[in-house]
Design a protein around this ligand. Structure first.
Ligand code: PLP
Length: 359
């Protein structure tokens, strides 16, 4: 049983598009991709003149080093959003098959599935004190019953902030071995201080982990993310990917961000954010306006408020925009508050209490 067998049967021998950059050949006069022989005047160094490598070796190596896996286990792409779409398209037959999601959760899993004509099966999270939790057995049972191909687990959860233990993820992957791929979205993994599900890859071939440079690495506009999975699954997914998914300026930004000095600064910002998050959480829990603030291992806090509309208006009047979740099932009084700078957080708390926005 190999991981690539989790891909749609009709795509298993699919070669995809052979781009001019797919062949690793040597040369100095490249006349095979119909590029201009002159640079654009707006691009004096000519670094944008040629099509980029589909998977630049340096980027793959840097991401593999960052996440503690082998380069052959990395498929880089345009954010984890592209990875989600790619997994749905590669693993689910259009008009058939199913994915399992656990609301409240990140909306893109269901969006990609719907666009692809794939059923979305929901196994809601349940509230466990002031945290949300995932029922692993219910999730596995639903996936098997519905013959789902993908099970999306967001950990830390967005918008809930809860963390799913590696033991639970390993158990889920075992229960679904040979039937479905467990996709662990770790967009906020840097803020957990806990080991990544990528450490399970050697034992769990039906597991894939999504990582991104958009959040903790502060490169959302560069659109760089990746899927970490077994090498044969990575190779199969790459054949389903667009020919040139990674613009050169984005690759350069990602490589620069992963140099030691920039990476150390990112880690310092993550540490600051975690301290600020815990302080924000404690203050929210102490505030009479807050009905419940959920424990969070990410860079935001989900809170239920007594008068969410009034709080939203006070914040908005001061220019502070939080995420309104009241339209989501079960979250009719909930807002998601991102952790900002210490000054931002102080203003959020002061306005919550009905005070002014300034210090
Ligand atoms: C923000 C977010 C993403 C999107 O990441 P990109 O790499 O920017 O596409 C994926 N998953 C979750 C849970 C997110 O919150």
């Amino acid at each position: 049983m190999n991981a690539a067998s989790l891909v749609r049967e009709d795509l298993r021998d699919f070669a995809g598009y052979r781009s001019a950059r797919s062949e690793a050949v040597q040369g100095d006069t490249w006349l095979n991709a119909n590029e201009s022989p002159w640079p654009n005047q707006a691009d004096p160094g000519g670094r944008l003149r040629r099509y980029p490598s589909p998977q630049p070796d340096a980027l793959r190596a840097a991401l593999a080093g960052l996440y503690g896996v082998d380069p052959a286990q990395v498929l880089a792409g345009r954010g984890s959003d592209e990875a989600i779409d790619l997994l749905v398209r590669a693993c689910c037959r259009p008009g058939d098959d199913a994915v399992v999601v656990s609301p409240p959760t990140f909306g893109m899993y269901a969006v990609c599935a719907r666009l692809h004509g794939t059923r979305v099966v929901e196994v809601p999270l349940h509230e466990d004190g002031d945290a949300y939790a995932l029922d692993i057995d219910a999730l596995a049972a639903a996936a098997l019953r519905e013959r789902a191909r993908l099970v999306f687990v967001c950990s830390p959860g967005n918008p809930t902030g809860h963390l799913v233990s590696l033991d639970d993820l390993e158990r889920l992957s075992r229960m679904l071995r040979g039937c479905a791929l467990v996709v662990v979205d770790e967009a906020y993994g840097e803020y957990t201080g806990a080991p990544s599900a990528a450490t399970l890859l050697p034992r769990c071939e039906n597991l894939a982990v999504l990582r991104t440079l958009s959040k903790a690495h502060a490169l959302a506009a560069a659109r760089v993310g990746c899927v970490l999975a077994a090498p044969d699954l990575v190779a199969t997914l790459q054949r389903c990917q667009a020919p040139y998914p990674l613009p050169t300026p984005s690759v350069e930004a990602a490589l620069a961000a992963l140099q030691p000095e920039a990476h150390a600064s990112t880690r310092a910002h993550v540490a600051l954010t975690c301290v600020a998050r815990d302080r924000l959480l404690a203050r929210l829990r102490a505030a009479p306006q807050v009905l419940r603030a959920y424990g969070s291992r990410a860079n935001f806090v989900l809170a239920r408020l007594r008068e969410p509309q009034a709080c939203l208006e006070r914040w908005l009047a001061a220019g502070i925009v939080v995420r309104d979740l009241r339209a989501a099932p079960g979250l009719q009084d909930a807002l998601r508050i991102g952790v900002g700078t210490p000054e931002d957080n102080t203003r959020v708390l002061r306005l919550l209490a009905g005070g002014g926005g300034n210090a």
